[in-house]
Design a protein around this ligand. Structure first.
Ligand SMILES: Cc1cc2nc3c(=O)[nH]c(=O)nc-3n(C[C@H](O)[C@H](O)[C@H](O)COP(=O)(O)O)c2cc1C
Length: 186
């Protein structure tokens, strides 16, 4: 069976980010053997500037866009700030969806989820991310939806995800995302 390439990004730069924990759990614990899952940290992505873009994408953006372009699927695990998408993530999606240079999100299968200490589990932020992805032409998995609330209660002291229900939901949604990509690739 052909190896699927998955790239995952978290919309947080924080070292101990809850959303990075979820992303790592997916890549390390829930990855089927048929999937190559790489995590991309957004810390080197500069602020979007149309003047920079006109002269060609900056080095860090080229590197990121190549990784997205090569991937069969994009997993986005987003926090929520002030009922919206974090600037770090929106900024990255704006570079990736360039109208001047290559738009690497066009036709890219994407799965969006998120984790928060709040019980609403990033519902507002995810809606905005999905709207941005749709504008860029990405193919967004509509179901399942994963809003991971009260995340601080679902981890052990070392910061590992211990909540069995959440872990199971992550595994099942990964499986659905993979099957959906495979169906579209047929
Ligand atoms: C400026 C700011 C605004 C926030 N607004 C929200 C919010 O609207 N909804 C929410 O669920 N959490 C909100 N939070 C709390 C974040 O969910 C929390 O900081 C979370 O840990 C960030 O994700 P991370 O752990 O992946 O870095 C906010 C945090 C900050 C710093």
């Amino acid at each position: 069976m052909q190896l699927l390439k998955m790239i995952g990004i978290a919309g947080s730069l924080r070292k101990d980010s809850f959303n990075k924990i979820i992303l790592r759990h997916m890549a390390e614990q829930q990855r089927p053997k048929t999937v190559n899952f790489s995590i991309y940290d957004l810390k080197h992505i500069p602020l979007f500037n149309g003047d920079l873009e006109e002269n060609g994408d900056p080095e860090a953006v080229i590197h990121f866009k190549k990784a997205v372009d090569k991937a069969d699927g994009l997993v986005i695990v987003t926090p929520e700030y002030s009922h919206g998408v974090p600037g770090v993530l929106k900024n990255t999606l704006d570079w990736a969806a360039s109208v001047t240079n290559q738009n690497v999100l066009d036709n890219k299968p994407a799965f969006v989820l998120g984790a928060s200490p709040s019980p609403l589990g990033t519902a507002f932020a995810q809606a905005q991310v999905k709207q941005t992805l749709a504008a860029a032409g990405a193919l967004v998995l509509q179901q399942p939806e994963l809003y991971i609330g009260s995340i601080q209660n679902k981890l052990d002291e070392a910061g590992n995800l211990t909540d069995k229900k959440t872990s199971k939901a992550l595994g099942q949604s990964m499986e659905t995302f993979i099957q959906w990509i495979q169906k579209m690739n047929r």
